[in-house]
Design a protein around this ligand. Structure first.
Ligand SMILES: NC(=O)c1ccc[n+]([C@@H]2O[C@H](COP(=O)([O-])OP(=O)(O)OC[C@H]3O[C@@H](n4cnc5c(N)ncnc54)[C@H](OP(=O)(O)O)[C@@H]3O)[C@@H](O)[C@H]2O)c1
Length: 267
């Protein structure tokens, strides 16, 4: 599926999208570039960043940049924001995506898994937000968007780390949205449902091996549970993010927007 998007007011917007060399982050970067933004992408490996920049080149000649940094490491996250703002000539939006946490049930995860999970899913969000504020204050359309998961609303059995820890990011979004509103900085969250990426295939493979079934069968079942009967595309998350960073969302802050094909049942 391909939708030609044109989202008002994004041209020239300076955006850092973390964890974006593949998957959902990459889809977001793509949509932002298609709409004229200047985008800094990020992943842990230099090679991964260079490969992804190559794929984005045609969309954003002279507007796409990349920095290798591990957002779970505080010093790296600090450096990432500072270098991004310096390269982009300022910062209008922080789009927070993080790497996928280790899958597993609560009883299977050890203390190290929890500590790693906290660094990846919670500390990274705090550091990136904290470092970004000084730059966002200088912008005429400043915002942050935090990608979390539908697991925050309705826990998913095999991803205990996500179920437990991402709720903190929603707390951060509400806290920041109120604290930063007087400065005009809007802070929102997007909750992806099942999106077609390497990560979702990995989760399906994990489930398939536990249940001694094929990955294809698990993916088919996943799609059949979704009211729209298909997984989402990374770009479809990108459209929601592009709207939230655009001036069209000028009065939206502290909001939690699922992009999930209708899978969340809770009102
Ligand atoms: N796919 C879904 O259905 C779904 C649904 C809800 C939520 N989510 C969440 O959304 C996020 C993205 O998922 P995805 O499916 O797009 O994953 P993905 O396809 O595995 O892509 C992950 C991206 O994050 C980068 N990355 C991983 N760890 C990083 C770190 N510590 N610092 C910087 N970059 C890092 C990876 O690059 P490198 O490996 O080079 O670092 C890659 O670019 C995850 O947190 C996932 O749990 C996914």
């Amino acid at each position: 599926m391909s939708i030609m998007t044109k989202i008002y007011g994004i041209e020239g917007l300076r955006v850092l999208v973390t964890a974006s060399t593949r998957g959902i982050g990459f889809g977001i970067a793509k949509v932002l570039l298609e709409n004229g933004a200047k985008v800094m992408i990020n992943g842990r490996s230099k090679e991964g960043v260079l490969k992804s920049l190559e794929r984005l080149r045609a969309l954003g000649e002279g507007r796409s940049y990349g920095i290798a940094a591990d957002i779970a490491v505080k010093e790296d996250a600090v450096r990432l924001v500072r270098e991004a703002a310096s390269t982009l000539g300022g910062l209008d939006s922080l789009v927070y995506v993080t790497g996928p946490p280790k899958p597993g049930y609560f009883s299977e995860l050890n203390y190290n898994d929890w500590e790693d999970g906290i660094r990846l899913l919670v500390s990274s969000a705090i550091t990136l937000a904290k470092e970004s504020i000084a730059f966002l204050k200088e912008s005429s359309n400043p915002s942050m968007v935090f990608l979390t998961s539908i697991a925050v609303k309705e826990p998913i059995p095999n991803i205990a780390l996500s179920n437990v820890l991402r709720i903190s990011v929603h707390g951060l979004v509400k806290t920041l949205s109120r604290e930063l509103a007087p400065m005009g900085i809007r802070v929102n969250a997007v909750l992806p449902g099942h999106i077609e990426t390497e990560r979702s295939v990995q989760l399906a493979a994990d489930k398939a091996s536990r249940e001694k079934r094929s990955v294809e069968e698990v993916l088919r079942e996943m799609a059949s549970d979704i009211p729209m009967k298909r997984l989402g595309k990374p770009e479809e998350v990108g459209y929601a993010v592009a709207f939230l960073v655009s001036p069209l969302a000028s009065y939206i802050t502290g909001a939690f927007l699922p992009v999930d094909g209708g899978i969340l049942r809770s009102v």
